[in-house]
Design a protein around this ligand. Structure first.
Ligand code: 3PG
Ligand code: MG
Length: 400
């Protein structure tokens, strides 16, 4: 990782009066009804980089995506509310441009005084940001690059995307890794290089298909792989169990059977689950053994025996990586599994890393102490792809 130039290198050159374009990942979860920010963790995570640039007198131009708008403006995905929150956290107003590379952006950037911060509207309101066409992406990158004399990538959550702001802009400007990107890469490289053993990985979340590549990549490396969340039902089905109306990826059953056969006993599955009549916070529910899931009910959490078994394994671990909730933690009736596993991780005398959007949000939503974990990654997909050993376009672009 020594190939990466860092924010400190840029600061050492002096940035006072220079325009610094910062790619951040301000893709925060919003309340579906009110549009309010429900977890500002990703905004907080970029403050060290922004604060250092402000302090050094740079004209800071921040850009980010939010959600997945389809290449055109869509008010529900506006970064406006994020600008407000960012200003509160920085303790100074953030100048918000109501477009990304248009008149508003141009005048907002031109009007910045030294040490002031601007936020451009959602990058994905522009088709060029995510285009597969190099020329279309390049044309958009040219417009973005015109707003900076230097580029800082601090959007760890987006480094696995070959998008204009992540991949093409750094080819056009002097570029460095921000504090967050640097810290994320340092921590994750510990997991891939030479983790202290036992190395235990906990995976949850809804889909096996999303996690298949990382399971394949981790199996030879880890000592134990604990699997919960919606994806466990496809594994249970592969063991010949009935899973009722639980989440099931039928076309992955054979793959799961094959993984279980090849895992040499490393994969550990739930022994009990909480089943409910419906996917609803107030649904009637009971804990059952995994060989007793009723045909008309669906599993929404792992059960207490599973938490105890997983916790026993975690208590012996020296390195832990956790990605994905164990159940539908947003509903209190189905949060005990995720809470129990999170608590077991914090109690273990291990180097612990929480990967990703949902599990990081779970830690905060369950009001656990974030400082009890060694690192909470801001990148879900990005941290998984890093552990898979894939080349991340955003990191590769910084290394060049
Ligand atoms: C994320 O939330 O995983 C990152 O912000 C990347 O978003 P994306 O998956 O929509 O590219
Ligand atoms: Mg994602």
């Amino acid at each position: 990782m020594s190939a990466l130039r860092t924010l400190d290198d840029l600061l050492a050159e002096g940035v006072s009066g220079r325009r610094v374009l910062v790619r951040a990942d301000l893709n925060v979860p919003l309340d579906k009804q009110t549009g309010a920010i429900t977890d500002d963790g990703r905004i907080r995570a970029v403050l060290p980089t922004l604060g250092a640039l402000v302090e050094a007198g740079a004209k800071v131009v921040v850009c980010s995506h939010l959600g997945r708008p389809k290449g055109a403006p869509d008010p529900q995905f506006s970064l406006g509310p994020v600008a407000g929150r960012l200003g509160e956290l920085l303790g100074a107003p953030v100048h918000f441009a109501t477009d990304t590379v248009g008149d508003s952006a141009r005048s907002t950037v031109a009007g910045l005084a030294d040490g002031q911060v601007a936020l451009l509207e959602n990058l994905r309101f522009n088709a060029g940001e995510t285009s597969k066409d190099e020329a279309e992406r390049g044309a958009f990158a040219d417009q973005l690059a015109a707003f900076g004399d230097a580029y800082v990538d601090d959007a760890f959550g987006a480094v696995h995307r070959k998008h204009a702001s992540v991949f093409d802009v750094p080819a056009r400007l002097p570029h460095v890794a921000g504090r967050l990107v640097l810290r994320e890469v340092e921590v994750l490289s510990k997991l891939t290089a030479d983790p202290e053993r036992p190395y235990v990985v906990v995976l949850g979340g809804s889909k096996v298909s999303d996690k298949l590549a990382v399971i394949e990549a981790l199996l030879p490396t880890v000592d134990r792989l604990l699997i919960g969340g919606g994806m466990c039902f496809t594994f249970l089905k592969a063991q010949g169990l009935e899973v009722g109306t639980s989440l099931l990826e039928k076309d992955m059953v054979e793959t799961c059977r094959n993984l279980l056969e090849r895992s040499g006993g490393k994969i550990m599955l739930p022994v009990d689950v909480v089943v409910a009549d419906a996917f609803a916070p107030d649904a009637a529910h009971d804990t059952v053994r995994v060989d007793g899931i009723p045909s008309h009910r669906l599993g929404l959490d792992v059960g207490p025996e599973t938490v105890a078994g997983f916790s026993a394994v975690l208590s012996q671990a020296k390195t832990i990586f956790w990605n994905g909730p164990m159940g539908v933690f947003e509903m209190p009736a189905f949060a005990a599994g995720t809470r129990g596993i999170a608590e077991a991780i914090t109690k273990a005398d291990a180097f612990s890393v929480v990967g990703g959007g949902d599990s990081a949000a779970a830690v905060r939503a369950l009001r656990l102490d974030e400082t009890d974990f060694n690192h909470i990654s801001t990148g879900g997909g990005a941290s998984l792809e890093y552990l898979e050993g894939k080349t991340l376009p955003g990191i590769a672009a910084l290394e060049n």
